[in-house]
Design a protein around this ligand. Structure first.
Ligand code: NAP
Length: 268
């Protein structure tokens, strides 16, 4: 049976094993997929040990995505743009890094929710690893404006500077005078029950999306709806779609995502 794992810390909450095993069943592959708790600084050793026991692929999550980027001997263009790796495989013994977060968000918005991004005004909140992963794919989808804001303003500026695209700018107070089509929360604020600071004027008519999923996304999504957002979506679909892309990289087969999403949405 081919062996895969997700590594990070904390890791107990990760749904990745459930998702990958469900994909395996749907496409008729036997997949062993486990969680491994790996703290910052421990990834090189953990990857080596996993490869030595026959491991074929690893998903990497907080706080290891930058570490995985540094350890990769080969990088996909998506990983290079994101400066972060969430999917590891091996080729001729060398670590190969890719990043499937951006494509996961786009497929969730576009394919699962039937939403168009072309020509839209997008406000992205956050400038951490997840934000770096999604900005390139959002621009590729043809958004007209990508305003970025972050609690630590200098990090938003650095992300805008890295893009070198006239459509990308740091969010200014005036930008909120005209509502956005999308307000995407790529911060970890929901994990601690906090809300990112935003003027209420950005929400009316917008699709509000939180990369966090489940109850921890509700604070932001309920607030957005109270401020007039037309719909409120959590990041579960993105999680499943980024996993599907990792599965495709490892197995060469694209699994159906809808049955897995339905299963995860069912009350337990
Ligand atoms: P990260 O690199 O640690 O960055 C965290 C970001 O959140 C930074 O922009 C940080 O701002 C901001 N932040 C943290 N606490 C905040 C608060 N209380 N108020 C306002 N801003 C706050 O983490 P990441 O990798 O970007 O991940 C961000 C979130 O996305 C995580 O919750 C993660 O679970 C989620 N995610 C979901 C998926 C999915 O598939 N659904 C994929 C990737 C990530 P500062 O710069 O000021 O610290």
């Amino acid at each position: 049976m081919s062996q895969f794992a997700v590594m990070g810390c904390p890791i107990d909450h990760s749904l990745s094993p459930v998702i990958h095993q469900a994909f395996g069943e749907l496409v008729g592959r036997s997949v062993s997929y486990e969680r491994r708790r790996v703290e910052a600084g421990g990834l090189a050793h953990a990857l080596e040990a996993f490869a030595a026991q026959g491991g074929l692929g690893v998903n990497v999550t907080v706080p290891l995505k930058t570490e995985a980027f540094s350890l990769s001997r080969r990088l996909s263009s998506r990983a290079l743009r994101a400066q972060a790796v969430n999917t590891v495989s091996w080729a001729e013994g060398a670590v190969v890094g890719d990043n499937t977060d951006g494509v996961g968000l786009i497929r969730d918005l576009r394919d699962n929710h039937g939403l168009a991004l072309r020509g839209s005004r997008v406000l992205l909140v956050g400038a951490g690893g997840a934000a770096w992963g999604v900005v390139g794919p959002l621009l590729d989808e043809g958004v007209a404006q990508l305003a970025i804001t972050n609690r630590t303003a200098a990090r938003a500026q650095a992300l805008v500077d890295s893009l070198g695209d006239v459509r990308a700018s740091v969010f200014l107070a005036d930008d909120g005078d005209k509502p956005f089509d999308y307000v995407i929360n790529a911060t970890a604020a929901g994990l601690s029950g906090a809300l990112p600071a935003l003027p209420e004027t950005v929400f009316p008519g917008a699709v509000a999306y939180d990369l966090v999923y489940g109850p921890r996304a509700q604070g932001f999504l309920s607030h957005a709806q109270r401020c007039g957002a037309r719909s409120a979506l959590d990041g579960l679909g993105m999680l499943v779609e980024q996993a599907a892309e990792s599965f495709f990289l490892w197995h060469g087969v694209r699994p159906p995502t809808e049955p897995v999403l339905q299963k995860l949405r069912m009350p337990s």
